[in-house]
Design a protein around this ligand. Structure first.
Ligand SMILES: Cc1cc2nc3c(=O)[nH]c(=O)nc-3n(C[C@H](O)[C@H](O)[C@H](O)COP(=O)(O)OP(=O)(O)OC[C@H]3O[C@@H](n4cnc5c(N)ncnc54)[C@H](O)[C@@H]3O)c2cc1C
Length: 370
């Protein structure tokens, strides 16, 4: 089957235009009103932001580095939207990394162009695989597919005609351990109920939904991997590495915020322990490591995954640290209700708590280090 998809070409000037002219002026509204910037998400798609890492499907290389830098540019302006870019990238990553030609030809090109939006409901399955919490979705084999019940507490970047990748358990006869199956689900299928969940201190503009499954039929054509464990091993470095785009972007903006107050406050800010050049040096070194790792996202070795986990953890720590120092450098002008620094501080903690959260990363690293 021909799976060469007519994806949009990457347009760096277009990404810059969307970031500076559409997203930046809207960032405050996204934060205040929990507004989901759907038009911005679609404009990024038209500029090719969601396609470069899918190159493997088109017979080329999977270029994660460009995808990460595009996400970083978004996250410089607004982390809600930066996270939505990650959600969209991850949806495409699942499909492109699978052996499912139907999804690659019918759904992936629309995801790559931002015409079909969506994300991932993999936090709970990842925590279930790490024995942190029980799996919330249960499936049963039926003619032509699976019937699913359960609830996913949060799936972001989700609109009513959107898609998301997730995993469910299927009881195996004669075995204590259930089979894990990964599939793409359409939010409009019968039995699915979406409820917007906005009750967060930041990140309200992410179209985050609580997704209820009441006997939802998932056809075999939408299955990504059955059983899923080998597939999870294939996609997890890319999944985790892509998240670094959020960390790099927010840290970059925090350096800029610190520099903006050097004129009026530099004479006293110079006594602070961390200066913009310190954060920038850490940022440059992390960017170099992430770009190196981004060249071989399908390396399935434990040694590579360990490096990815360490980079992802360094990203969480840098995002929070950069936002902390930006707040101290900006002082009261960053602490007012519309101050950029306090927004970045609230957003930065999300990088550290989204799955894999800091504690989960440290658990995985400890296990791999033996
Ligand atoms: C804005 C936002 C967007 C998200 N988007 C996605 C997404 O697109 N896809 C996805 O899979 N996950 C998403 N998540 C979930 C996220 O990835 C993490 O799983 C979540 O932040 C908790 O991770 P943790 O490991 O810190 O778990 P912890 O917070 O340590 O523990 C999680 C457990 O606590 C329970 N819990 C949650 N809230 C409460 C509460 N108020 N009171 C008591 N118990 C509670 C949960 O049921 C869960 O079992 C999102 C979370 C947020 C905040």
């Amino acid at each position: 089957m021909n799976v060469v998809a007519p994806f949009t070409l990457y347009d760096a000037a277009g990404i810059e235009r969307v970031s500076a002219q559409m997203l930046a002026p809207m960032a405050r509204r996204i934060d205040d009103e929990r507004h989901y910037a759907e038009d911005v998400m679609r404009a990024y798609g038209a500029a090719g932001a969601y396609a470069t890492h899918l190159g493997g499907v088109q017979g080329g290389e999977a270029d994660l580095g460009t995808a990460i830098l595009a996400m970083a540019r978004t996250s410089e302006e607004c982390l809600s939207t930066g996270f939505c870019v990650w959600c969209q990238d991850t949806l495409g990553w699942y499909i492109a990394s699978s052996g499912n030609d139907f999804l690659k030809t019918e759904i992936l090109p629309r995801v790559a162009r931002g015409e079909a939006l969506g994300g991932t409901g993999m936090s709970n399955p990842m925590k279930a695989m790490g024995e942190i919490e029980p799996m919330r979705l249960k499936g049963e084999r039926v003619d032509g597919g699976y019937r699913i019940r359960g609830v996913l507490p949060w799936v972001s970047n989700l609109v009513e005609d959107g898609y998301f990748g997730t995993m469910f358990h299927v009881a195996e006869e004669g075995s204590d351990s259930p089979r894990r199956v990964m599939a793409i689900v359409h939010a409009g299928w019968e039995g699915i109920r979406l409820k917007l969940d906005h009750d967060f201190v930041a990140m309200g503009g992410t179209a985050t939904c609580n997704v209820q499954f009441r006997d939802v039929f998932v056809p075999d054509a939408y299955v990504l991997a059955d059983p899923a464990p080998a597939f999870v091993r294939r996609i997890r470095p890319g999944f985790t590495l892509l998240q670094c785009g959020m960390a790099l972007g927010i840290a970059r903006k925090c350096v800029e915020l610190m520099r903006q107050v050097e004129g009026p406050l530099g004479h006293v800010n110079r006594y602070l322990e961390k200066q913009p050049a310190d954060i920038e040096a850490a940022l440059d070194s992390l960017t170099a490591e992430v770009m190196e790792l981004a060249k071989t996202p399908y390396d399935e070795s434990d040694a590579f995954y360990l490096r990815v986990l360490r980079a992802r953890l360094a990203g969480s720590e840098l995002a929070v640290e950069a936002a902390h120092w930006a707040q101290l450098h900006c002082g009261a002008r960053g602490y007012v209700s519309h101050g950029a620094a306090q927004r970045r501080l609230r957003e930065a903690y999300f990088v550290a708590i989204v799955t894999p959260a800091t504690k989960h990363l440290r658990k995985l690293i400890a296990e791999l280090e033996g």
